[in-house]
Design a binder for this molecule. Structure first.
Ligand code: HEM
Length: 403
Protein backbone atom coordinates (compact mmCIF):
# COMPACT_ATOMS: atom_id res chain seq x y z
CA UNK A 1 0.00 0.00 0.00
CA UNK A 2 1.50 3.35 -0.95
CA UNK A 3 -0.06 5.55 1.70
CA UNK A 4 2.09 8.23 3.23
CA UNK A 5 2.12 8.75 6.96
CA UNK A 6 0.65 12.24 6.82
CA UNK A 7 -2.59 10.75 5.62
CA UNK A 8 -3.75 9.78 9.11
CA UNK A 9 -5.63 12.96 9.79
CA UNK A 10 -8.80 12.18 11.75
CA UNK A 11 -10.18 15.64 11.02
CA UNK A 12 -10.09 15.24 7.23
CA UNK A 13 -13.31 14.39 5.48
CA UNK A 14 -11.43 12.28 2.93
CA UNK A 15 -10.00 10.12 5.72
CA UNK A 16 -13.32 9.81 7.51
CA UNK A 17 -14.98 8.42 4.39
CA UNK A 18 -12.91 5.23 4.77
CA UNK A 19 -10.38 5.18 7.61
CA UNK A 20 -9.67 1.46 7.53
CA UNK A 21 -6.94 1.23 4.86
CA UNK A 22 -5.05 3.97 6.72
CA UNK A 23 -5.45 2.09 10.01
CA UNK A 24 -4.03 -1.06 8.44
CA UNK A 25 -1.10 0.89 7.04
CA UNK A 26 -0.38 2.35 10.48
CA UNK A 27 -0.61 -1.06 12.17
CA UNK A 28 1.80 -2.62 9.70
CA UNK A 29 4.17 0.25 8.98
CA UNK A 30 3.92 2.78 11.79
CA UNK A 31 2.45 1.24 14.97
CA UNK A 32 3.54 4.36 16.84
CA UNK A 33 2.57 6.90 14.24
CA UNK A 34 3.76 10.47 14.75
CA UNK A 35 1.64 13.20 13.21
CA UNK A 36 3.78 16.14 12.15
CA UNK A 37 0.67 18.14 11.48
CA UNK A 38 -0.98 17.71 14.88
CA UNK A 39 2.01 16.89 17.05
CA UNK A 40 0.67 13.67 18.59
CA UNK A 41 1.47 9.97 18.43
CA UNK A 42 -1.18 7.39 17.51
CA UNK A 43 -1.39 3.75 18.67
CA UNK A 44 -3.45 1.46 16.45
CA UNK A 45 -2.57 -2.17 17.32
CA UNK A 46 -4.98 -3.93 19.67
CA UNK A 47 -2.38 -4.99 22.23
CA UNK A 48 -0.79 -1.54 22.38
CA UNK A 49 -4.10 0.29 22.69
CA UNK A 50 -5.38 -2.06 25.41
CA UNK A 51 -2.09 -1.80 27.32
CA UNK A 52 -2.22 2.02 27.22
CA UNK A 53 -5.92 2.17 28.16
CA UNK A 54 -5.32 -0.06 31.17
CA UNK A 55 -2.27 1.90 32.35
CA UNK A 56 -3.96 5.19 33.25
CA UNK A 57 -1.12 6.30 35.53
CA UNK A 58 1.23 6.42 32.52
CA UNK A 59 -1.34 7.50 29.93
CA UNK A 60 -3.05 10.38 31.71
CA UNK A 61 -6.35 12.01 30.84
CA UNK A 62 -6.06 15.54 32.20
CA UNK A 63 -5.57 17.11 28.75
CA UNK A 64 -8.84 15.61 27.60
CA UNK A 65 -10.09 12.63 25.65
CA UNK A 66 -10.97 14.75 22.64
CA UNK A 67 -7.92 15.57 20.59
CA UNK A 68 -8.97 18.89 19.13
CA UNK A 69 -8.08 22.21 20.71
CA UNK A 70 -11.60 23.26 21.48
CA UNK A 71 -13.03 20.30 23.37
CA UNK A 72 -11.87 21.68 26.71
CA UNK A 73 -14.24 24.62 26.17
CA UNK A 74 -17.04 22.16 26.75
CA UNK A 75 -15.68 19.72 29.26
CA UNK A 76 -14.49 21.77 32.23
CA UNK A 77 -13.77 20.38 35.71
CA UNK A 78 -15.67 17.25 36.76
CA UNK A 79 -15.77 15.88 33.20
CA UNK A 80 -15.05 12.28 34.21
CA UNK A 81 -13.08 11.06 31.18
CA UNK A 82 -10.65 13.97 31.62
CA UNK A 83 -9.90 13.26 35.29
CA UNK A 84 -6.95 11.36 36.71
CA UNK A 85 -6.74 9.79 40.13
CA UNK A 86 -7.41 10.31 42.92
CA UNK A 87 -10.21 12.64 41.77
CA UNK A 88 -11.42 10.33 38.99
CA UNK A 89 -12.40 7.46 41.26
CA UNK A 90 -13.95 9.79 43.83
CA UNK A 91 -16.18 11.40 41.22
CA UNK A 92 -16.97 8.13 39.45
CA UNK A 93 -18.23 6.62 42.70
CA UNK A 94 -20.97 9.26 42.73
CA UNK A 95 -22.56 7.99 39.53
CA UNK A 96 -21.49 4.33 39.41
CA UNK A 97 -24.38 2.97 41.57
CA UNK A 98 -26.84 4.25 38.96
CA UNK A 99 -25.35 1.95 36.31
CA UNK A 100 -25.17 -1.34 38.19
CA UNK A 101 -26.55 -4.23 36.11
CA UNK A 102 -29.41 -4.78 38.59
CA UNK A 103 -30.51 -1.18 38.27
CA UNK A 104 -30.19 -1.25 34.50
CA UNK A 105 -32.21 -4.47 34.24
CA UNK A 106 -35.03 -2.71 36.07
CA UNK A 107 -35.20 -0.23 33.18
CA UNK A 108 -36.12 -2.90 30.62
CA UNK A 109 -39.91 -2.44 30.69
CA UNK A 110 -39.53 1.34 30.44
CA UNK A 111 -37.12 1.08 27.51
CA UNK A 112 -39.44 -1.34 25.71
CA UNK A 113 -42.36 1.01 26.21
CA UNK A 114 -40.34 3.89 24.74
CA UNK A 115 -39.32 1.82 21.71
CA UNK A 116 -42.83 0.47 21.06
CA UNK A 117 -44.20 3.97 21.26
CA UNK A 118 -41.67 5.24 18.73
CA UNK A 119 -42.19 2.49 16.18
CA UNK A 120 -45.95 2.18 16.71
CA UNK A 121 -46.73 3.98 13.46
CA UNK A 122 -44.30 1.95 11.32
CA UNK A 123 -46.42 -1.05 10.28
CA UNK A 124 -47.97 -0.24 6.92
CA UNK A 125 -45.46 2.52 6.10
CA UNK A 126 -43.11 2.18 3.15
CA UNK A 127 -40.26 4.30 4.48
CA UNK A 128 -38.88 5.40 7.87
CA UNK A 129 -35.95 7.57 8.91
CA UNK A 130 -34.40 5.29 11.50
CA UNK A 131 -32.06 7.98 12.83
CA UNK A 132 -34.77 10.58 13.45
CA UNK A 133 -37.54 8.19 14.43
CA UNK A 134 -35.70 5.71 16.67
CA UNK A 135 -31.93 6.09 17.11
CA UNK A 136 -32.05 9.64 18.55
CA UNK A 137 -35.40 9.78 20.35
CA UNK A 138 -34.89 6.45 22.17
CA UNK A 139 -31.77 7.39 24.18
CA UNK A 140 -33.14 10.91 24.59
CA UNK A 141 -36.23 9.54 26.25
CA UNK A 142 -34.45 6.84 28.28
CA UNK A 143 -31.51 8.88 29.43
CA UNK A 144 -33.39 12.08 30.20
CA UNK A 145 -35.41 9.93 32.56
CA UNK A 146 -32.33 8.38 34.23
CA UNK A 147 -30.70 11.75 34.67
CA UNK A 148 -33.88 13.45 35.83
CA UNK A 149 -34.39 15.83 32.91
CA UNK A 150 -37.87 16.86 31.77
CA UNK A 151 -39.97 14.21 30.03
CA UNK A 152 -41.35 14.69 26.52
CA UNK A 153 -44.43 16.40 27.91
CA UNK A 154 -42.67 18.81 30.28
CA UNK A 155 -41.49 22.35 29.66
CA UNK A 156 -37.96 22.86 28.39
CA UNK A 157 -37.67 19.47 26.76
CA UNK A 158 -37.77 20.69 23.16
CA UNK A 159 -34.97 23.17 23.75
CA UNK A 160 -32.83 20.49 25.43
CA UNK A 161 -33.23 18.13 22.49
CA UNK A 162 -32.21 20.90 20.12
CA UNK A 163 -29.09 21.50 22.21
CA UNK A 164 -28.20 17.78 22.16
CA UNK A 165 -28.04 18.00 18.38
CA UNK A 166 -26.12 21.26 18.29
CA UNK A 167 -23.53 20.62 21.00
CA UNK A 168 -20.80 19.21 18.77
CA UNK A 169 -21.57 21.21 15.64
CA UNK A 170 -18.61 21.50 13.29
CA UNK A 171 -17.97 22.30 9.64
CA UNK A 172 -16.32 19.76 7.35
CA UNK A 173 -12.52 19.72 7.51
CA UNK A 174 -12.49 22.09 10.49
CA UNK A 175 -11.68 20.95 14.03
CA UNK A 176 -13.22 23.99 15.73
CA UNK A 177 -16.65 24.09 17.31
CA UNK A 178 -19.02 26.47 15.54
CA UNK A 179 -20.84 29.39 17.23
CA UNK A 180 -23.93 27.16 17.18
CA UNK A 181 -22.10 24.58 19.33
CA UNK A 182 -20.79 27.26 21.67
CA UNK A 183 -24.23 28.77 22.16
CA UNK A 184 -25.69 25.31 22.87
CA UNK A 185 -22.94 24.64 25.43
CA UNK A 186 -23.62 27.91 27.25
CA UNK A 187 -27.36 27.25 27.13
CA UNK A 188 -27.02 23.78 28.61
CA UNK A 189 -24.62 24.85 31.33
CA UNK A 190 -26.98 27.57 32.37
CA UNK A 191 -29.87 25.14 32.35
CA UNK A 192 -27.95 22.57 34.45
CA UNK A 193 -27.07 25.20 37.05
CA UNK A 194 -30.76 25.98 37.48
CA UNK A 195 -31.75 22.30 37.48
CA UNK A 196 -29.18 21.35 40.14
CA UNK A 197 -30.30 24.25 42.30
CA UNK A 198 -33.91 23.21 41.87
CA UNK A 199 -33.13 19.60 42.94
CA UNK A 200 -31.18 20.88 45.89
CA UNK A 201 -34.36 22.60 47.05
CA UNK A 202 -36.73 19.80 45.96
CA UNK A 203 -34.90 16.44 45.87
CA UNK A 204 -36.19 13.59 43.68
CA UNK A 205 -35.12 9.99 42.98
CA UNK A 206 -32.78 10.82 40.10
CA UNK A 207 -29.14 11.24 39.17
CA UNK A 208 -29.27 15.04 39.25
CA UNK A 209 -30.35 14.90 42.88
CA UNK A 210 -27.60 12.42 43.70
CA UNK A 211 -25.01 14.70 42.10
CA UNK A 212 -26.16 17.76 44.02
CA UNK A 213 -26.36 15.88 47.33
CA UNK A 214 -23.13 13.86 47.05
CA UNK A 215 -20.15 14.45 49.28
CA UNK A 216 -16.60 13.25 48.92
CA UNK A 217 -14.84 12.58 52.22
CA UNK A 218 -17.25 14.89 53.98
CA UNK A 219 -16.91 17.74 51.47
CA UNK A 220 -19.92 18.66 49.32
CA UNK A 221 -19.27 17.78 45.68
CA UNK A 222 -21.50 20.48 44.21
CA UNK A 223 -20.41 24.07 44.95
CA UNK A 224 -22.75 26.12 47.05
CA UNK A 225 -22.90 28.72 44.28
CA UNK A 226 -23.04 26.62 41.15
CA UNK A 227 -21.53 28.04 37.98
CA UNK A 228 -20.43 26.65 34.58
CA UNK A 229 -16.95 25.98 35.97
CA UNK A 230 -18.23 23.88 38.89
CA UNK A 231 -17.25 20.21 38.88
CA UNK A 232 -20.90 19.18 39.11
CA UNK A 233 -21.51 20.87 35.75
CA UNK A 234 -18.69 18.95 34.04
CA UNK A 235 -20.10 15.69 35.38
CA UNK A 236 -23.59 16.55 34.14
CA UNK A 237 -22.15 17.43 30.74
CA UNK A 238 -20.35 14.12 30.19
CA UNK A 239 -23.43 12.17 31.22
CA UNK A 240 -25.55 14.24 28.87
CA UNK A 241 -23.13 13.80 25.97
CA UNK A 242 -22.28 10.15 26.59
CA UNK A 243 -25.80 9.05 27.42
CA UNK A 244 -27.45 10.15 24.22
CA UNK A 245 -25.15 10.69 21.27
CA UNK A 246 -23.08 7.52 21.32
CA UNK A 247 -26.14 5.35 21.91
CA UNK A 248 -27.91 7.08 19.02
CA UNK A 249 -24.82 6.41 16.92
CA UNK A 250 -24.64 2.72 17.74
CA UNK A 251 -28.36 2.19 17.13
CA UNK A 252 -28.14 3.81 13.68
CA UNK A 253 -24.99 1.92 12.77
CA UNK A 254 -26.51 -1.45 13.70
CA UNK A 255 -29.53 -0.96 11.42
CA UNK A 256 -27.32 0.44 8.65
CA UNK A 257 -24.93 -2.52 8.75
CA UNK A 258 -27.83 -4.97 8.79
CA UNK A 259 -29.24 -3.25 5.68
CA UNK A 260 -25.86 -3.62 3.99
CA UNK A 261 -25.48 -7.25 5.12
CA UNK A 262 -28.87 -8.90 4.57
CA UNK A 263 -27.44 -12.36 5.22
CA UNK A 264 -26.45 -11.25 8.74
CA UNK A 265 -29.83 -9.62 9.26
CA UNK A 266 -31.57 -12.85 8.26
CA UNK A 267 -29.60 -14.67 10.98
CA UNK A 268 -30.92 -12.24 13.59
CA UNK A 269 -34.46 -12.32 12.30
CA UNK A 270 -34.39 -16.12 12.48
CA UNK A 271 -32.76 -16.16 15.94
CA UNK A 272 -33.19 -12.92 17.95
CA UNK A 273 -31.02 -14.44 20.71
CA UNK A 274 -28.10 -13.45 18.46
CA UNK A 275 -28.90 -9.74 18.81
CA UNK A 276 -26.54 -9.04 21.76
CA UNK A 277 -23.67 -10.68 19.85
CA UNK A 278 -24.54 -8.61 16.78
CA UNK A 279 -24.32 -5.47 18.88
CA UNK A 280 -20.83 -6.37 20.11
CA UNK A 281 -19.79 -7.10 16.52
CA UNK A 282 -21.22 -3.76 15.40
CA UNK A 283 -19.22 -1.94 18.07
CA UNK A 284 -16.10 -3.79 16.98
CA UNK A 285 -16.62 -3.31 13.25
CA UNK A 286 -17.75 0.35 13.27
CA UNK A 287 -16.60 1.54 16.69
CA UNK A 288 -18.87 4.45 17.67
CA UNK A 289 -16.05 6.42 19.31
CA UNK A 290 -13.02 5.78 17.12
CA UNK A 291 -10.33 7.49 19.18
CA UNK A 292 -9.49 9.08 22.50
CA UNK A 293 -6.56 11.21 23.65
CA UNK A 294 -4.11 10.69 26.51
CA UNK A 295 -0.91 12.39 27.74
CA UNK A 296 2.20 10.50 28.83
CA UNK A 297 3.27 10.90 32.46
CA UNK A 298 6.79 9.75 31.56
CA UNK A 299 8.87 8.90 28.51
CA UNK A 300 7.50 5.78 26.79
CA UNK A 301 9.35 3.74 24.17
CA UNK A 302 7.35 1.37 22.01
CA UNK A 303 8.28 -0.38 18.74
CA UNK A 304 11.52 1.65 18.71
CA UNK A 305 9.76 5.02 18.93
CA UNK A 306 10.20 7.22 21.99
CA UNK A 307 7.31 9.39 23.09
CA UNK A 308 8.54 12.10 25.49
CA UNK A 309 6.96 12.77 28.88
CA UNK A 310 4.01 15.08 28.29
CA UNK A 311 3.52 13.71 24.76
CA UNK A 312 0.00 13.67 23.41
CA UNK A 313 -1.09 10.15 22.42
CA UNK A 314 -4.14 9.03 20.46
CA UNK A 315 -5.58 5.59 21.24
CA UNK A 316 -7.35 4.57 18.07
CA UNK A 317 -10.00 2.18 19.41
CA UNK A 318 -11.55 1.94 15.93
CA UNK A 319 -8.27 0.64 14.50
CA UNK A 320 -7.55 -1.72 17.41
CA UNK A 321 -10.95 -3.32 16.86
CA UNK A 322 -9.93 -4.10 13.26
CA UNK A 323 -6.47 -5.43 14.07
CA UNK A 324 -5.91 -8.73 12.25
CA UNK A 325 -3.41 -9.68 14.97
CA UNK A 326 -6.37 -10.00 17.32
CA UNK A 327 -9.48 -10.55 15.18
CA UNK A 328 -9.40 -13.02 12.29
CA UNK A 329 -10.78 -11.45 9.07
CA UNK A 330 -11.34 -8.15 10.87
CA UNK A 331 -12.97 -6.45 7.88
CA UNK A 332 -15.76 -9.03 7.73
CA UNK A 333 -18.97 -8.15 9.59
CA UNK A 334 -19.91 -11.44 11.24
CA UNK A 335 -22.59 -11.49 13.94
CA UNK A 336 -21.66 -15.05 14.94
CA UNK A 337 -18.14 -14.27 16.18
CA UNK A 338 -19.16 -15.11 19.74
CA UNK A 339 -17.49 -13.54 22.75
CA UNK A 340 -15.54 -10.46 21.76
CA UNK A 341 -13.06 -8.45 23.79
CA UNK A 342 -13.36 -5.31 21.72
CA UNK A 343 -12.27 -1.89 22.92
CA UNK A 344 -15.41 -0.05 21.87
CA UNK A 345 -16.27 0.90 25.45
CA UNK A 346 -12.65 1.56 26.39
CA UNK A 347 -11.08 -0.50 29.19
CA UNK A 348 -9.91 -0.17 32.77
CA UNK A 349 -10.39 2.91 34.91
CA UNK A 350 -12.06 4.99 32.19
CA UNK A 351 -14.10 2.14 30.71
CA UNK A 352 -17.62 3.24 29.90
CA UNK A 353 -19.96 3.08 32.90
CA UNK A 354 -22.97 3.46 30.58
CA UNK A 355 -22.19 0.30 28.58
CA UNK A 356 -24.84 -1.91 30.27
CA UNK A 357 -27.52 0.69 29.62
CA UNK A 358 -26.44 1.27 26.01
CA UNK A 359 -26.45 -2.50 25.39
CA UNK A 360 -29.99 -2.90 26.74
CA UNK A 361 -31.33 0.03 24.74
CA UNK A 362 -29.91 -1.15 21.45
CA UNK A 363 -30.90 -4.78 22.09
CA UNK A 364 -34.50 -3.83 22.78
CA UNK A 365 -34.57 -1.48 19.76
CA UNK A 366 -33.45 -4.36 17.52
CA UNK A 367 -35.81 -6.92 19.10
CA UNK A 368 -38.77 -4.64 18.50
CA UNK A 369 -37.89 -2.99 15.19
CA UNK A 370 -36.41 -5.86 13.15
CA UNK A 371 -39.70 -7.79 12.83
CA UNK A 372 -41.51 -4.59 11.77
CA UNK A 373 -38.88 -3.55 9.23
CA UNK A 374 -38.73 -7.01 7.68
CA UNK A 375 -36.52 -7.34 4.63
CA UNK A 376 -35.63 -3.64 4.69
CA UNK A 377 -33.07 -1.76 2.62
CA UNK A 378 -31.42 1.66 2.58
CA UNK A 379 -33.77 4.05 0.78
CA UNK A 380 -31.15 6.76 0.30
CA UNK A 381 -27.68 7.76 1.41
CA UNK A 382 -27.25 7.89 5.22
CA UNK A 383 -26.29 11.39 6.41
CA UNK A 384 -23.48 11.68 9.00
CA UNK A 385 -24.23 13.83 12.03
CA UNK A 386 -21.75 16.73 12.39
CA UNK A 387 -19.92 15.86 15.58
CA UNK A 388 -16.57 15.00 17.12
CA UNK A 389 -14.24 13.59 14.48
CA UNK A 390 -14.15 9.83 14.71
CA UNK A 391 -17.69 9.33 15.97
CA UNK A 392 -20.15 7.30 13.96
CA UNK A 393 -23.49 9.02 14.40
CA UNK A 394 -26.25 9.49 11.82
CA UNK A 395 -28.60 12.43 11.31
CA UNK A 396 -30.66 10.59 8.71
CA UNK A 397 -30.94 6.92 7.87
CA UNK A 398 -33.77 6.41 5.37
CA UNK A 399 -34.98 2.81 5.17
CA UNK A 400 -37.59 1.24 2.93
CA UNK A 401 -39.79 -1.13 4.93
CA UNK A 402 -40.54 -4.54 3.40
CA UNK A 403 -42.53 -6.44 5.96
C1 HEM B 1 -23.03 2.88 22.51
C2 HEM B 1 -22.92 3.75 23.42
C3 HEM B 1 -21.64 4.16 24.06
C4 HEM B 1 -20.34 4.06 23.62
C5 HEM B 1 -19.85 3.47 22.32
C6 HEM B 1 -19.49 4.63 24.63
C7 HEM B 1 -18.12 4.67 24.57
C8 HEM B 1 -17.29 5.06 25.59
C9 HEM B 1 -15.86 4.92 25.61
C10 HEM B 1 -15.03 4.34 24.50
C11 HEM B 1 -15.42 5.39 26.79
C12 HEM B 1 -13.96 5.41 27.25
C13 HEM B 1 -13.31 6.70 27.00
C14 HEM B 1 -11.84 6.65 27.35
O1 HEM B 1 -11.17 5.64 27.09
O2 HEM B 1 -11.32 7.67 27.86
C15 HEM B 1 -16.57 5.89 27.51
C16 HEM B 1 -16.52 6.50 28.73
C17 HEM B 1 -17.61 7.04 29.33
N1 HEM B 1 -18.93 6.89 28.94
FE1 HEM B 1 -19.62 5.88 27.37
N2 HEM B 1 -20.27 5.08 25.67
C18 HEM B 1 -21.59 4.80 25.35
C19 HEM B 1 -22.69 5.03 26.13
C20 HEM B 1 -22.66 5.71 27.30
C21 HEM B 1 -23.80 5.96 28.12
C22 HEM B 1 -25.23 5.47 27.88
C23 HEM B 1 -23.37 6.69 29.15
C24 HEM B 1 -24.22 7.18 30.26
C25 HEM B 1 -23.91 7.18 31.42
C26 HEM B 1 -21.93 6.90 29.00
C27 HEM B 1 -21.10 7.62 29.84
C28 HEM B 1 -19.72 7.57 29.83
C29 HEM B 1 -18.87 8.18 30.82
C30 HEM B 1 -19.34 9.02 32.02
C31 HEM B 1 -17.55 7.86 30.52
C32 HEM B 1 -16.28 8.29 31.27
C33 HEM B 1 -15.88 7.19 32.19
C34 HEM B 1 -14.62 7.51 32.98
O3 HEM B 1 -13.74 8.24 32.52
O4 HEM B 1 -14.51 6.99 34.11
N3 HEM B 1 -21.54 6.27 27.86
N4 HEM B 1 -17.70 5.64 26.77
Amino acid sequence: MSLTGTEYDPFSVAFQADPFPVYRWMQDQAPVFHSEKWGWWALSRYDDVRAAATDPDTFLSYEGIDIDDTAKDQSGPGFLPDLDNPRHDQVRRIVQPHFLPRRIAAQDPGIRRVVRDLIGSWPGRSEVDLAQELAWPMPNEVFFDVLGLPSAREEGREQLERWVHELKDRRPDDARLTPVAKAATAGIQDYFVRLLEERRRHPREDLVTRIVQADIDGVRFADEHLRPTSEALGLMMVLFLGGVESTAGLTGTLFKLLAENPDQRALLQRDPALIPAAIEETIRYATPLQLVGRTTAREVTLHGVTIPAGGRVVLVYGAANRDPRHFPDPDVYDVTRGRLRHLGFGAGRHGCPGAPLARREVTIAAEEALPVLGNYALAGAPVRHPTTPGMYVWSHLPLSVRA
